[in-house]
Ligand binder design. Structure first.
Ligand code: CP
Length: 313
């Protein structure tokens, strides 16, 4: 397997295809750790991991915390609301103080695109991007690719449709980079105001016709509307969005018979997806969450200097 050289994980745009595969292969080994009776191993013993989340999160923050605990690290969950960021302390000074307390890993979620890249310019700690503005969410892109690979046995040649708010979605961008590098055919769909034609420049097909986007797809990845990032109204109403672009039972019939339904969460039931479909046998939404733990363990392992292939490789 290739040699992993990166100290940080900032995006998927800059990762080579063999680096993406190294994460996925390593995640497979960590998923096996999660299936053992004793789920603990010791590769980060003595290290300190700080979850520095300046935007809300359920899945990403908790799975990074659990990943670090399972690898025997000490974990600090930094609460932005209760911190001196609220008194005007800068992000740079905050991180310098965390490093003075021997933080070895900073997991950063931030509303500003590029914030993790900024930290990586001066941080001694390993920086992992847990979502920066509308830019990237690399561990989500990796866990989505891992889920497709594990379920379908391959990624190359699969038809993957990403449906929803593409313009404001960091998940969309990280999925596009990973899936295109791994050889999937990616179609983007949603309201024209949220799916600019310019995304064709990333090697994707863009269509605003939901039936066309779903016909024959092997995977549909649904994205919620990122109201928190939109500065103006991008479509008339949530009800109209659900009616024109929501995944319904009728639209499900257009997909490949064994298609996967994916969603990074949080789900808005009845908007981007009919509630029963989210809980159906075709949905891998909770499996994505389980796989996220293995992928985040793999990322901590690799950027921390561990060998590709996982513990014991
Ligand atoms: N998918 C995702 O990033 O979820 P959270 O915002 O809950 O972490």
């Amino acid at each position: 397997m290739m040699n992993w050289k990166r100290r940080h994980l900032l995006d998927l745009q800059s990762l080579e295809t063999d680096e993406i595969w190294a994460v996925l292969e390593t995640a497979r080994a960590f998923r096996a750790v999660g299936e053992r009776e004793v789920k603990k191993e010791t590769s980060l013993a003595g290290k300190t991991v700080v979850n520095l989340f300046v935007e809300p999160s359920t899945r990403t923050r908790i799975s990074f915390e659990l990943a670090a605990l399972r690898m025997s690290a000490d974990v600090i969950n930094f609460s932005a609301e209760a911190s001196s960021l609220r008194k005007g302390e800068t992000l740079k000074d905050t991180v310098r103080n965390l490093e003075a307390l021997n933080a070895d890993f900073i997991i950063l979620r931030h509303g500003a695109s590029g914030a993790p890249h900024f930290l990586a310019r001066f941080a001694r700690a390993h920086v992992i991007n847990a979502g920066d503005g509308a830019h990237e969410h690399p561990t989500q892109g990796l866990l989505d690719a891992f889920t497709v690979w594990q379920r379908k046995g391959r990624v190359a040649g699969l038809k993957v449709t990403i449906l929803g708010d593409i313009l404001y979605s960091r998940v969309a961008r990280s999925n596009i980079w990973a899936l295109r590098k791994l050889g999937a055919e990616v179609t983007l769909c949603g309201p024209p105001t949220l799916v600019p034609k310019a995304f064709e420049g990333l090697g994707c097909r863009v269509t605003w016709n939901v039936e066309d986007a779903l016909r024959g797809a092997d995977v549909v990845n649904l994205l919620r509307i990122q109201h928190e990032r939109q500065r103006k109204t991008m479509f008339p109403s949530t009800g109209e969005y659900a009616s024109l672009f929501g995944l319904t039972s009728a639209r499900m019939a257009l997909l490949h018979p064994e298609a996967l339904i994916m969603h990074p969460g949080p789900i808005n039931r009845g908007v981007e997806i009919e509630s029963e479909l989210a809980d159906s046998s075709r949905s891998v939404i909770l499996e994505q969450v389980t796989n996220g733990l293995a992928v985040r363990m793999a990322v901590l392992h690799l950027v921390g200097g561990g060998k590709p292939g996982g513990p014991g490789a």
